[in-house]
Write a protein that binds this ligand. Structure first.
Ligand code: SF4
Length: 69
């Protein structure tokens, strides 16, 4: 018996110089996009892919981008 497993590799990048600090990412996916010790962190493992994609799409500056492998 064969099983198939599809693993989608998703990478989110953040361009600090483009970010306008509107906070939509932190508000939209607070488990994934967070400020810790004054630094911006992205924890993809803590989030739902669809929610992350929606949040990235709502970034007003384009600082967040999704790279597909
Ligand atoms: S949503 Fe985009 S512009 Fe706003 S804080 Fe996040 S990365 Fe920066």
């Amino acid at each position: 018996m064969f099983k198939s497993l599809e693993i989608v590799a998703m990478k989110v990048t953040w361009n600090e110089t483009v970010c306008i600090h509107a906070g939509k990412c932190v508000a939209g996916s607070p488990d994934v996009f967070k400020i810790e010790d004054g630094k911006f962190k992205i924890d993809l493992a803590a989030g739902d892919e669809g929610q992350v994609r929606n949040t990235v799409a709502e970034c007003p500056s384009g600082a967040l981008q999704i790279d597909e492998d």
